[in-house]
Design a protein around this ligand. Sequence first.
Ligand SMILES: [Zn+2]
Length: 501
Amino acid sequence: MKRRYLTYILLFGFPLFGCQNKVNAQSTYQQEWMALKQQNEALAFDADIHLSDAETALDKKFFQLRKQLLTDTNKQKISLFNSSFEELKPLIERSTLFEIFQSMPKGGLLHTHSGGFTDVKWVIATARKYKEAYVYDQADNDQFIFGQLGFFEGKVPEGFVSLNKKLTSDPGFEKKLADLLILKRDQLCTYTDYWIEFEKRFKRISLLLPYRPFFKEYYKKGFMDLVQNNVQHVEIRYIFEELYDFKKGKYPLKTSITDLQDIVKEIQKEHPEFSLKLIYSSFKFLDPKSIEKQLETAFELKKEFPDVISGFDLVADEAAGNSVYSFRENWVKLDELSKKYGVKMPLFLHAGESNSVFNKNILDMSVLNNPRIGHGLNLIYFPKTMELIKKQNKLVEVSPISNQVLGYVSDMRNHPARVLLSNGIQCSINSDDPSVYGYEGLGYDFWVAFVYWELDVKALKKLVFNSINYSSLNESEKKKALTHLTQQWDDFVQKTNQKLK
Ligand SMILES: [Zn+2]
């Protein structure tokens, strides 16, 4: 009996032990798998967000809505991943998700530009009401380009014709002009020299914006569009120039600030939560000497309007302009200027709006006092800098649609921001130059981020609240803004849950 038992153990026992080992190994494997899953999740940018029961319920509904959208587009053989924003825009607008993102409180828009944030169709319709509005209807030359708008009284430059007369006599011109003011990436595979075309859009309206009567209407419309889109705060990369009218001529630079303050005050009568900051912006293609002058002006304005001017930026195509590093003498002098003017001038530089590792602008971001980074697309290729940006708690302002229109990303699933978010880099969602891309508000960008990056309510909430937490609002303004946003958010969660029952 004993022997038989021993034989049994000898014959079957070892395999049995082996089997037990296998079970152990599998359970260690499972444990490790679960631990790794949690460890990865703990590194993500939204790890500190804990959802309420209502938010968890909403999350499940959002998940189903996206699933349904993917099933439906699949059935209809719509190439969701290889189509441009332009091609998908009607589909986006018809979707339930879009309706939800339009109504979602979005906090602040931290990255947009003075020349690109008000509906171009409105620009045309409003400009034509001024008898002094003209349009250039000749072929491009060194000074003017076809479709360029401007206000003139008395001597009108050669080649310009009355805008209203032109629109009345040529019924097709309104659409033609709108197309000249909007940049489309019709299909992902068509060739366009995007930055050349992009800059032409700004040039075409550049003479309109400093005309004081139009200026006031333009910003009021832009701010109201944001308010209606549930955006409570905006920070504009603002190119300062002297406003003018035909009665008084030119006004000092600060008139644009006091005018904007007046417009904001008017909006605040009905929407007391609305706030504005301006980031003094100049151009990367200028030389350090000119930037020195620009910085002096920025400091002068900030000294007088410390609550309006939040910082300084340099814009333009990074592939064509000077590197951030080439302005090092300017950055080194910032402390000295801060002492001279008694105010700080944080930088909000565009950096890494590029797919190339030869563009090293992102390196400066961790060395400079640059609390927010515009775009940061190639940050993922600089792991040490990525680690520093995370440690320094700096935010990357992501503009998904802009990145696709300008040719940096095609399939939105491959947007670098996904890598940043999973690595714990804080980001916010922005529209950059929505009017140039043919839309208003932030709903489209949130739709794109949610659908293509497989976000959940936790991520959405973090992105929304980041836009206030990383804004340039001062501590008391931020506190007020967060109270408003929290209340709006809770309201949105409750109402949307009811709607999606
Ligand atoms: Zn920008």
